[in-house]
Design a protein. Structure first.
Lengths: 400, 239, 436
């Protein structure tokens, strides 16, 4: 291969080549860091929720007037909902998982008030709660209907039993099995009767999102929320039916925010998703722009060297020699750019880690970036290089 | 060495057909020094391109060094050019981004040749044209005559059987032109066939044989001078 | 010279349409990406009430008990307790002040054909409207008397007025919120501060509430907040009165302090207040309060979060790539034109003349690229609105941003074109006039 003469010719025409090399360096830095960020977002967004997200929806009921009997209305509504064919289970709840709104409760493994508490997402649900969520009970038992605690407006007590997630159990009792233990939201203990394999709480951006604490009960606060789980695939068809049935059961209230749990999750991840989409778009455009930049440079070099190419052909270069010449030349430029890009990638990441809330780049993105950009370089140079090989050798004898 | 039989070449555009060569035949023996002359548009360049395998022709037969090269693939033609023909162009056609060494190296790169052999050949060729001291220089740092000598070195480095020179002195002053011509004669003395295309009758006179082209055909010298004379007369009449 | 240069530039652009299109596209795509992300950032980071920002202060006080996780000097809670809110209102130490929280009411229109619907309400004082420059379409804020003693009066948003009263002047008429009638005293005109600076705690990009009712109604109507409530430590709350008396924080408090002296006075007042409360056995923690202007509060709440900043930086790097690309193309173009340039030099054009001629061409391309970028940014913002699934004001470009886009494009192309244009002037006239 004729690397040395190509390189020395390149050095005498360095400006255009340097621009492309620089372009490739920045491209590499953006692609590696961007792809890393996008991948992280996707990983976050597709985390296991522990729930049957696809088949759950919610609906709120706001009573009108102060004479409304919230408790009996709730049981009646649940009966109405549960009697609709296709509904697997339904529960009342004080807030919805994945929605961004919820109740944080500080818990201690002992009554000692000097001990730091661990915050968990607290949910009041009825005896169909676990089935509605579709969560997996790893240990212990589900709630019994007799354990339901009706918490009135001016009451601050909690039921005496609760179910927690494994993640919360690990935090509260790092060395022990949490099942059967007492935990202390305040003075009064709550017995852990069951442990869930996994469940995400309300705040998806919170590091403690998997710390969930379920208690059997109904919270009367003037606003009623239902979660409904349907048979797989029937959610969308059942949603209007449920709304209609509830509207007929009682007109003294406003039904609102009928949403799927997927919508809540999508809303919670809005900023992550937008970031991923915007960055992916920028990266796509970047690949196109850099590719076109290489096409432009190689085309320019080819045009500028038409005579030279003809001469080489006259002197015995075969077509593939000409193609090879431009590919090797481009590969050299790309490689110089990538060497610089390597430093820029690491530098950009270092800066983002230190200036913003970003994580250290996973090294695997670097070889992927290298291969991708090399391929991009060769791919983009191939067209103009082939055009160069079609320069007729007779060009050599043309006088102008 | 070179045998062309009834070669025709027509250039076609949408509006006109130009017969660049018509039933052109020519034989050049090994070791000959032949000059091809003729006015502009007589088909000199077409002859050169066809003889140098730079261009296809429409009909006829071309045998070069005993090999029929009439219908060869692009790849094979490239090989023939590379191994058998040494080109010397009017405008030198040196690659401006390469130094002398690398310029002379260009044709050798297209052969399977070891780096050591290439180096040896390049240095020998550059020595022959007397530019060893400038081997690291770039073409822009050389005079026109020196550049043409580099081009000659490049043609010689591959030890061609046949050198094709296109107006080799066209861009040079008379002193340098003489030097270049002497070099071509030396090459010829070593047994290499030389075919030189030129419009300069004085230059042509130094060759063993002159071939005059007119309208894409070989014409006799006498006829040419007669024709030239009648053309002049005609011009007088017109004025 | 300029018209001549523009004409030459136009000729040159037309002579190489593909190359010119590539340059315009490169600049356009780069500007488009930058302006899309920058608009999102700018709308998130901008101060929605700049002319009053420095005199409006958000009040925070740490009234929490000492808990095991307490660290002195921590960030006080975003909101204050009802006790503080009523005490501060009563003390009346600022030029204007307003306590506020968000509540939800079912609204029952008189027209039986319109089904009841839920409205969000800001429960606050009448200073809210004057402090925040809220424009009125009909009527105005309620009287001071409604703040002093409970009165069932309401200010409607324009869209609620449209919905309930068909857009008529509804002042003096009644609406039923929950199961009580409220008299309309005013209807505000379109008002959509973004970010919604006065209640960042409950969402920086939410819409302004549908109705406004006096804070004095909290006790008689036992109004619950539908916004954030934080209770630290363990508090037994068995009645609404106990909730109001608790250390739970759920009220946002703003005070207007027109000058430095007023600000100093207010600080002294707060410090004294904390000391007094400590004497009463409250405020267990070391005195810790914040007074932040609108701008400071937006920054403290990180409304423009790191995600947006990273994306903006990466898109500017993308613009850099586009520019490098453009410089390369321009250089290629100008070098290809060397013989013509040499001819102009030979005919007497000075270096400066050639520099300006070529810079004009680059700037023309930059300006067109900027306009293309502006169009692409609009597309980008439409795309972001689609991805977000929400039609928020934050994703709309204003004239400042549009101007910025064109300016950035021109500056970028000037930077990109300066060197090639300079190089043009340095080309030796002789070398290209010889036949090659």
């Amino acid at each position: 291969m004729e690397i040395r003469p190509i390189l020395s010719a390149l050095m005498r025409n360095h400006l255009g080549a340097a621009l492309v090399a620089l372009q490739i360096a920045v491209t590499m830095a953006i692609l590696c860091n961007g792809a890393f960020i996008v991948y992280q977002r996707i990983e976050t967004m597709t985390r296991d929720t522990g729930m049957d997200v696809a088949n759950i929806f919610t609906i709120d009921s706001q009573p009108i007037g102060s004479e409304y009997d919230e408790e009996s209305a709730t049981w009646r509504d649940l009966e109405v909902i549960r009697s609709i064919p296709g509904v697997v289970a339904a529960t009342t709840t004080n807030s919805y998982p994945l929605s961004g709104g919820g109740w944080g409760e500080g818990l201690r493994p002992s009554p000692d008030r000097e001990q730091a508490s661990i915050t968990a997402n607290l949910y009041f649900m009825d005896e169909q709660g676990l089935e509605t969520l579709g969560v997996e009970l790893a240990k212990g038992r589900d709630f019994d209907p007799t354990e339901l605690y009706i918490r009135g407006r001016n009451d601050s007590k909690l039921p005496q039993v609760g179910i927690i997630t494994q993640a919360l159990a690990d935090e509260l009792f790092p060395d022990d099995d949490a099942l059967g233990k007492l935990i202390y939201p305040g003075e009064d203990p709550v017995e852990v009767v069951g442990i869930l394999r996994k469940m995400q709480g309300s705040w998806l951006g919170w590091s403690g999102v998997e710390r969930v604490f379920l208690v059997p009960g109904l919270l009367l606060d003037g606003y009623v929320r239902y979660m409904i789980r349907t048979e797989p695939g029937k959610r969308d068809e059942l949603m209007p039916l449920v709304e209609e049935a509830l509207a007929q059961a009682d007109s003294q209230r406003i039904l609102r925010r009928m949403r799927t749990l997927e919508e809540y999750r999508a809303n919670s991840y809005n900023s992550d998703r937008t970031m991923a989409v915007v960055l992916s778009t920028v990266m796509g455009l970047l690949i196109i722009v850099t590719g076109l930049g290489i096409v432009g440079l190689v085309s320019f070099l080819v045009n500028q060297r038409t005579k030279q190419i003809g001469t080489r052909r006259a002197l015995g270069a075969q077509r593939f020699h000409v193609v090879r010449y431009f590919l090797v030349e481009n590969w050299l430029i790309t490689s110089i750019g990538l060497t610089l890009g390597l430093a820029m990638t690491v530098g950009l990441n270092y800066w983002m880690v230190h200036s913003f809330d970003m994580e250290r780049l996973d090294w695997i993105y670097i070889p992927i970036g290298l291969v991708l950009i090399w391929t991009l370089g060769i791919g983009s140079a191939l067209g103009p290089a082939r055009r160069a090989s079609r320069v007729p050798p007779a060009v050599a004898t043309r006088t102008v | 060495m070179l045998e062309m039989q009834d070669i025709s070449k027509v250039y076609r555009t949408r509006l006109i057909e130009t017969h660049a060569l018509r039933d052109f035949s020519l034989q050049v023996a090994e070791g000959e020094f032949v000059a091809v002359t003729g006015p502009s548009g007589s088909g000199k360049t077409t002859f050169l391109n066809i003889a140098g395998l730079l261009e296809d022709f429409d009909s006829g037969r071309y045998i070069l060094d005993g090999q029929d090269v009439t219908r060869l693939s692009d790849k094979k033609r490239s090989k023939v050019r590379n191994e058998k023909i040494g080109f010397i162009f009017q405008s030198f056609n040196l690659i401006p981004d390469l130094n002398i060494f690398d310029n002379v190296d260009v044709p050798l790169r297209y052969r399977d040749m070891s780096a050591a052999e290439r180096k040896e050949r390049i240095e020998a060729a550059v020595e022959t044209v007397g530019l060893s001291s400038r081997i690291k220089h770039y073409p822009s740092e050389l005079s026109g005559g020196q550049q043409q000598r580099v081009a000659i070195a490049r043609a010689l480095a591959g030890s061609p059987r046949f050198v094709l020179a296109d107006e080799p002195t066209g861009n040079l002053d008379s002193l340098m032109a003489r030097q270049v011509l002497e070099m071509l004669e030396q090459i010829n003395d070593q047994g290499v066939t030389v075919v030189m295309v030129t419009h300069d009758p004085e230059l042509a006179r130094r060759a063993h044989r002159n071939i005059h082209l007119l309208d894409g055909q070989v014409s006799d010298l006498e006829e040419v001078s007669q024709l030239a004379g009648s053309e002049q007369e005609a011009r007088h009449v017109a004025v | 010279m300029l018209p001549y240069n523009l004409r030459l530039a136009w000729h040159s652009i037309r002579r190489n349409p593909i190359l010119s299109a590539l340059m315009v596209a490169a600049i356009g795509v780069g500007i488009g990406a930058c302006m899309t992300t920058l608009t999102v950032y700018y709308m998130a980071a901008k101060n929605p009430i700049p002319h009053r920002s420095d005199r409006l202060f958000h009040v925070q006080m740490d009234n929490y008990p000492i808990t095991p996780s307490y660290e002195p000097g921590n960030e006080p809670p975003d909101q204050i307790s009802y006790t503080e809110a009523t005490n501060l209102l009563r003390a009346n130490q600022g030029y204007r002040q307003a306590a506020m929280f968000k509540a939800a009411f079912p609204l029952q229109p008189k027209d039986p054909d319109i089904r009841p619907f839920l409205v969000l309400s800001r429960v606050t004082g009448n200073d809210f409207f004057s402090m925040f420059d809220v424009p009125f379409l009909f009527g105005g804020p309620w009287d001071d008397s409604a703040d002093q003693s409970p009165a069932q009066v309401v200010v409607l948003s324009r869209s609620t007025n449209d919905q309930v009263f068909g857009g008529e002047n509804s002042v003096g008429r009644e609406v039923r919120l929950g199961d009580r009638d409220f008299r309309v005293v005013g209807v505000i005109d379109d008002w959509a501060p973004s970010p919604k600076f006065y209640d960042l705690t409950n969402g920086a990009f939410l819409d302004v509430e549908d109705t406004f009712v006096p804070f004095s109604l909290v006790e008689p109507l036992e109004l619950d907040t539908s916004g954030n409530t934080n209770c630290s430590g363990n508090q037994q709350i068995n009645s609404y009165a106990e909730f109001l008396a608790s250390e739970c924080t759920w009220i946002t408090y703003w005070v207007e302090l027109p000058d430095r002296a007023a600000q100093e006075d207010f600080r002294t007042f707060i410090e004294n207040y904390i000391t007094e409360q400590k004497a009463l056995g409250r405020f267990e923690r070391a005195p810790n309060y914040r007074l932040r202007t609108v701008g400071e509060w937006l920054e403290a709440e990180e409304v423009a979060d790191d995600h947006i900043k990273v994306v903006v930086w990466l898109s500017f790097l993308f613009l850099l790539v586009c520019l490098l690309n453009t410089v390369g193309l321009i250089l290629a173009k100008f070098i290809g034109r060397a013989p013509q340039i040499a001819l102009r030099r030979a005919l007497g054009a000075s270096r400066a003349t050639l520099f300006w001629q070529h810079l004009t061409e680059v700037l023309l391309i930059g300006a067109v690229g900027g306009l293309v970028g502006l169009g692409l940014a609009q597309l980008g913002l439409v795309g972001i609105r689609k991805v977000m699934g929400e039609d928020l004001a934050i994703f709309r470009m204003d004239w400042t941003m549009a101007g910025t886009a064109v300016l950035i494009a021109l500056m970028a192309s000037a930077v990109a074109g300066a060197y090639p244009a300079f190089r043009v002037g340095r080309m030796a006239p002789a070398s290209f006039l010889k036949t090659q």
